[in-house]
Design a protein around this ligand. Structure first.
Ligand code: SAM
Length: 224
């Protein structure tokens, strides 16, 4: 029963007692994955290629990954966008990023990955952690990500497969797509290139990262 309720709140956090417990769990367990997703996005402080990088964080949850990424956006025109369909997470993350939202550096949307409220080809990097496993339609989500990404833009998703499989064995994450293959297939089917899963280590800790690139040839179609 408890495992089912926590899983419901991981999928769609709400402002209830168990929702708040789940929020604390995410804040305690997921910072490492959030930090590494941002690190693998390679947003350099003095990025000479991207003068005004636009990053999109999908499924920002309590906002730790937003907090991490905003430190790298040192250029005045760099922007960080966030998308999460949970009203509660939108409120929690908005409070956490209050000053950056007020300055216009960060903008948070309450919405679904299957219908992202952004124009086509408007984002340079997309990152997420522990989010795609809950999407009801990975193909629709992947196609939407591709639509909003600029040609050549990179998507990074970090996960800890051992931890997720362990959670599943304990009765958590029922109904979630813990195994990565369906997501890799959905990304390829949507038209992403260089889709791959890599085993990674940071400071001795293992995790996995999924990479996908919005194909460069789209440029000619997009700019017509
Ligand atoms: C398990 S939490 C992970 C939060 C954070 N990334 C972390 O690792 O701590 C999953 C988040 O994704 C959001 N989410 C799940 N499916 C979504 C969808 N289809 N569109 C937008 N947000 C979604 C949920 O509301 C939730 O905040």
């Amino acid at each position: 029963m408890v495992t089912k309720i926590i899983t419901q709140h991981l999928r769609h956090p709400k402002n209830t007692l168990m929702g708040r417990v789940t929020q604390r769990l995410m804040e305690r367990e997921n910072r490492f994955l959030e930090q590494n997703a941002v690190r693998l996005c390679e947003i350099q402080a003095d990025n000479t290629v991207l003068e005004c990088p636009v990053l999109l964080k999908v499924g920002f949850g309590p906002g730790l990954g937003l907090q991490e990424a905003v430190q790298y956006l040192t250029q005045p025109r760099g922007k960080l966008l966030g998308l999460d369909y949970s009203e509660y997470m939108h409120k929690v993350a908005s409070e956490r990023l209050r000053d950056h939202i007020a300055s216009g550096k960060v903008r948070l949307f309450q919405g679904r990955v299957e219908s992202i409220p952004l124009p086509a080809c408007s984002v340079d990097k997309v990152y997420h952690c522990n989010c795609h496993l809950y999407w009801p339609d990975m193909r629709a989500g992947s196609a939407e990500l591709l639509r909003v990404m600029r040609p050549g833009a990179l998507m990074v998703s970090t996960l800890n497969l051992d931890y997720l499989r362990w959670g599943l064995s304990l009765g958590f994450l029922q109904g979630a797509n813990v195994e990565p293959e369906p997501y890799l297939e959905a990304l390829r089917a949507a038209g992403f290139t260089d889709v791959r899963l890599e085993e990674k280590y940071h400071e001795g800790r293992k995790f996995e990262a999924i990479f996908a690139t919005a194909e460069k040839q789209r440029e000619s179609n997009v700019l017509k």
